[in-house]
Ligand binder design. Structure first.
Ligand code: FE2
Length: 337
């Protein structure tokens, strides 16, 4: 039996975007020595021709960044929930070398988890030209649409920017803990609804073929408040006749959630530039982006690379996460061997 959380949390993960925007302590800019070290690590691996997914932390020495990795992990779990790394020398790398750099960074922060039913470990976030709804499995990150605030999978996502796109594509991050606090203060009844089960369209991404997952938006477990939310997929699950209809209170709770995220000052907006890497908790942060338009000519198209990681200091996961496509692998990785 899950116990709902009925009070606001005093937590560093609860913050407002306008206050965060006035600070700069969430940005880590690589200095020249760190960038050089990263370049050397990439060059060494590229020269050896090691298969990307076989690259381990030992293949990729980053001694100068070690203390920063500890700080970053502390912020991602137990802190504000995100870090923006700036200054990867992507202009000097081929696309393949940038993939090595992002993967190599990832090996220092955690263990990659598969991001889809095929188990892909490194995803390309860019417009495939196929609109959402054009087939059963198309997912928003494969389009140029605006993406409503949501969570990914694994403890954290790592989003590295190769190219930003011509227009739009502004990344938004919001503290889901702050939003919960607002909800529980104004509508504690709806805070409780969000901790009850919703039916969520699995978009063809479950290994067992299940069309839906059934789980709450917020879960309070072992002293941690976690969110797992894909509102669009809650709505699209309604296309299945055997899925229970969304109740008025559930719809109202989701609307309130999104209304609060849209309040002035709630979201932190980020213009990701080439060489930026956004790392954020999937437990405490919801993220999205505005629509974008690519410049004419394929060479300048918006292109981000994405990793999902299990981190070594990750929180205890609620038992029902074991049966979600977002957390099954992280759940297994965290179990004692
Ligand atoms: Fe996402």
């Amino acid at each position: 039996m899950r116990e709902p959380l009925t009070t606001a949390l005093d937590d560093p993960a609860a913050w407002r975007g306008d206050r965060m925007a006035a600070r700069a302590d969430w940005v880590l800019s690589l200095d020249g020595a760190m960038a050089a070290e990263l370049e050397a690590a990439v060059a060494a691996v590229a020269a050896r021709g090691t298969d990307l997914f076989a690259i381990t932390r030992d293949d990729f020495p980053l001694g100068r960044m070690r203390r920063h990795f500890e700080t970053m992990l502390g912020e991602l779990e137990g802190g504000r929930g995100f870090v923006l790394l700036k200054g990867l020398p992507v202009a000097r790398w081929s696309e393949a070398e940038t993939r090595i750099a992002l993967w190599g960074l990832g090996t220092h922060l955690g263990r990659p988890v598969g991001q889809d039913v095929a188990g892909s470990l490194l995803h390309d976030v860019r417009d495939t030209g196929r609109p959402f709804g054009s087939d059963e499995s198309i997912r928003y990150f494969q389009t140029n649409h605006a993406i409503r605030l949501h969570t990914d999978g694994g403890d954290i996502f790592v989003l590295g920017c190769l190219r930003g796109g011509a227009r739009g594509g502004r990344t938004l991050v919001v503290s889901a803990v702050e939003v919960f606090n607002e909800i529980v203060r104004s509508r504690p009844d709806l805070a409780a609804v969000l901790q009850e089960d919703f039916w969520v369209d699995a978009r063809g991404q479950r290994a067992d073929g299940a069309r839906c997952q059934v789980l709450p938006v917020y879960t309070w477990h072992a002293g941690h408040l976690s969110i797992l939310l894909k509102a669009e997929y809650i709505y699209s699950a309604q296309r299945f006749e055997d899925v229970p209809r969304l109740t008025g209170r559930q719809a109202e709770a989701l609307e309130l959630f999104h209304r609060i995220t849209e309040e002035p000052g709630m979201a932190l907006g980020l213009e990701l530039r080439p060489g930026d890497v956004l790392l954020a908790s999937n437990h405490t942060i919801v993220h999205g982006r505005t629509a974008f338009e690519d410049a004419p000519g394929a060479a300048d198209r918006r292109h981000l690379l994405r990793l999902w990681l299990t981190i070594p200091n990750g929180r205890p996961l609620p038992p029902h996460y074991a049966d979600t496509r977002e957390y099954a692998e992280t759940y297994r990785q965290r179990m004692p061997a």
